[in-house]
Design a protein around this ligand. Structure first.
Ligand SMILES: [Zn+2]
Length: 138
């Protein structure tokens, strides 16, 4: 195993093979999650364990070079949720039917909007996963 593969494996285990933002599980989507830079490389983020986490392609693409976004409730610009240093459940919860991510805090709400965590197709997919008993991840 190369050093890069070992690093990817370590991060995948830390992230429990889920996207750090929408919690999509690699094994359900069948699409490998990507190793994302929490602080984007374009903004000086380094390829070191402390700056890496797992992300699905949708979240990674939507996040792009963003590090902050507007909280729709306060209209204040805040830092995006950091899946490595912050706890998902402190900042987000699921809707009653468990298909939508609800932001509980400023960073949570800003991240839901900026990363489009409730895109129509994702919500439809989650409804099927919920019915199958696969979602949300434990
Ligand atoms: Zn995601």
């Amino acid at each position: 195993m190369t050093a890069a593969q070992a690093l990817r494996q370590r991060i995948a285990e830390q992230a429990r093979h889920c996207c750090g933002y929408c919690l999509t599980q690699e094994v359900i989507s069948g699409v490998p999650l990507t190793v994302e830079h929490i602080v984007p490389q374009a903004k000086g983020g380094q390829t070191i364990e402390e700056n890496l986490w797992l992300s699905c392609r949708l979240c990674n693409e939507a996040k792009g070079v963003l590090t902050e976004a507007i909280d729709p409730e306060s209209n204040v610009t805040v830092r995006l949720f950091n899946p490595r240093t912050q706890v998902w459940a402190d900042h987000f919860t699921w809707s009653g039917d468990r298909t939508q991510v609800i932001g509980k805090t400023s960073p949570g709400r800003a991240t839901v909007v900026a990363l489009s965590l409730n895109s129509e197709l994702q919500v439809r997919a989650r409804a099927i996963w919920v019915e199958a008993g696969w979602h949300p991840p434990k």
